[in-house]
Design a protein around this ligand. Sequence first.
Ligand code: FAD
Length: 469
Amino acid sequence: MQLFWHRRDLRTADNLGLAAAADGDEFGDVVPVFCFDDGVMEHAGPPRVAFMLDALDGLRERYRDLGSDLVVRYGDPSAVLPRLAGEYDADRVVWNHDYSGLADERDRAVRAALSDTGITHEQFHDAVHHEPGAIRTNAGDPYAVYTYFWKKWRDREKADPAPEPAPGDLAAVSGGAIPSLSDLGFDDPDAAVPPAGTAAARERLESFCEADIHRYEEMRDYPAEGATSKLSPHLKFGTIGVREVFERTEAARAAADGEAERESVVEFQGQLAWREFYAQVLSFNPEVVTKNYKDYANPIEWRDDEAALEAWKRGETGYPIVDAGMRQLRDEAFMHNRVRMIVASFLTKDLLLDWRAGYDHFRERLVDHDTANDNGGWQWAASTGTDAQPYFRIFNPTTQGERYDPDAEYITEYVPELRGVPAEQIHAWPDLDADERAERAPEYPDPIVDHSERREHALAMFERARGED
Ligand code: FAD
């Protein structure tokens, strides 16, 4: 017998480690396992845990269809897995790599505990096409600039999806119950959580690849268009495999009507490469979870302003596009990428607050929170990351709103106080005089800062950090 330990790969199809275990006849049948350890739920809020539990339900159902089950256990995996291997008389444990420092620490402890008891183990790179370190500069270093990474990523051959195990490869076991949110000490989520599971992921992928992928390049920055895939929670929890996603996008590229549509598919594939770029940044620099990637000569003097942070979290800054984004996060545990960039820039360059405060909030609220991508996104916006936004290029929230939500459709979807106010006035909100604001939308807040002033403060703050003052 052998154990297959699921972590962020909650599916049976296109799962490299699982397929390899199922193929390893000399080790016998595979017992699928999931272990609830503290790390799995650390810093997670109800939406993310709800999505994970739903994904686990789907995974267990699939195993039951295949004549097996998902064995569920609780506790430290370095104690649980050797014990479980003993219970099932298993002499090999297989799993797929995860690339954060925390996961690495946990896996090292598991490997040591298994080796102590004479059980072999094997790990596979399943979550990405090209594992951290596979794509390097000509000098042999990991890439710190996306564009060069992307060119090599794009030109490398991609593996085909891995086969799903056959029923005969899986052990006829019976698993424990999947806990409820309250069993794990969580309240029900306030936000609407999308359906998890491989069937839901495939439905998303299919509908996206039939239509929106062909207008993705043109529309991806317009939040009201809903033209992105919304695959992020599925890619985070691995309810669908990256090889399956890529293969489907290649079919969409082949079916494209003309060069612009083909390029649009490639633009989407470029986002899959961003995900792998940040996975390698995190893998080689695990300290970025709490530390700036980029060194400045002096510490950045972030402000300490609890009231401003709370207003940002509630979506009550008086900057409509920022507030719409923060309320989308509250209501849907998701936010459109362009708006994530705007709210992150606003927190760091207008409120002058430390990116870590924003990251903590996203980590708790986002259904798709992924350490590598979330950290990469925040450090990009804060001008502290790899290939980050230069510190002097500061988003103007008003012009961002005008450009990417010209009719204020996205804004008014999430900020009902502004419904009925003409779009130009919504965008100009921070510049209207107080009486006009009170007349137009008495319930909507006044701007909590002046963007032009704060822009100057931000520039000075970064210049001091650079030692230019
Ligand atoms: P699509 O546009 O359809 O992209 C397809 C997939 O590519 C995404 O599902 C995602 O896996 C990947 N991807 C897209 N953009 C990026 C990117 N910039 N960096 C890395 N991968 C990307 N993404 C997360 O998955 N989890 C996070 O916790 C996260 N936090 C972010 C925080 C900030 C401040 C910023 C600016 C971005 C963050 N992103 C994060 C990246 C991006 O916003 C989301 O991946 C995207 O909005 C998810 O929507 P989608 O699936 O419709 O994306």
